[in-house]
Write a protein of this length. Structure first.
Length: 267
């Protein structure tokens, strides 16, 4: 009898002394709850050093990738927010939409990585007017709506036109004149990737009309709808980067043009 009582006491003591298995808290221990949110990195201010000339210069002069990585040591240095339309030099807005660009200037973390990106938001019947990217090829993907694209590679090559739907892509070779047009009544959105941190952009019409007036007049001499002698009268009225156009689409969507004002571009 004594032996049985002694064995029972020893067994109970051993059970009390045994450690609790991980994940099995004792009745009196506090419960710790966790969610997926607990394991996410903290949200920090994004890209706070956009346009920082000192940082950009240091990154351009850094001899190795390690040196560049060590310079990008602030929270948010590696995140670009296309929702932010207040980035100096990163946003271009016109009559029919806007674009936001991540380049070496607006997103210094791109330096040394060989790429840049732009998002374009084109309104109903809006058009991104003909332009070129001087230093990069563009891959353009439609992520909302549709776009009609046109481009010309060089003299002697036929123009190429396509209608792109959701998640379809086209390529605009480096230096090719190209444009995009939204044929629908809803906003279209595209994402454009470039193989250069500084792809450059040049609007064809605006650049052309900035040439010497005599050169412009001689070039356009055979076009009856435009007199080169009047270049100074309409130079400042050339449309912005993104402009409303195409009468058929405006009619289809029920959009009306505003009355013309002589001081429209002077405000």
């Amino acid at each position: 009898m004594l032996s049985t009582i002694t064995s029972t006491i020893l067994f109970a003591a051993a059970a009390l002394a045994a450690p609790t298995a991980p994940g099995n808290p004792t009745p009196n221990s506090p419960r710790v709850s966790s969610t997926a949110q607990d394991f996410l990195p903290p949200v920090v201010p994004y890209n706070t050093r956009t346009g920082d000339q000192s940082l950009i210069s240091s990154l351009l002069l850094a001899p190795t990738t390690r040196d560049r990585a060590n310079l990008l040591n602030q929270p948010g240095d590696h995140v670009f927010d296309f929702n932010n339309r207040d980035i100096p030099g990163g946003e271009s807005e016109g009559l029919g939409g806007h674009t936001v660009a991540a380049t070496a200037r607006t997103f210094p973390a791109l330096i040394g990585n060989g790429g840049a990106m732009t998002m374009g938001f084109i309104g109903p019947c809006g058009m991104n007017t003909p332009h070129v990217h001087n230093r990069a090829t563009e891959l353009n993907v439609i992520v909302k709506g549709r776009l009609v694209t046109n481009f010309v590679i060089e003299n002697g090559v036929e123009p190429i036109a396509n209608t792109l739907g959701l998640y379809q892509m086209t390529v605009f070779p480096q230096g090719a004149i190209h444009q995009e047009f939204n044929p629908d009544c809803e906003e279209a959105v595209f994402v454009a990737g470039f193989n250069n941190v500084d792809p450059g952009v040049e609007q064809v019409a605006q650049a052309f009309f900035n040439l010497n007036p005599a050169v412009v007049g001689a070039t356009l001499g055979g076009v009856s709808t435009l007199n080169g002698q009047d270049i100074e009268s309409f130079r400042e009225h050339i449309p912005d980067n993104v402009a409303l156009g195409i009468d058929a689409c405006l009619k289809k969507c029920g959009l009306k043009r505003n009355a013309k004002r002589a001081d429209y571009f002077l405000n």
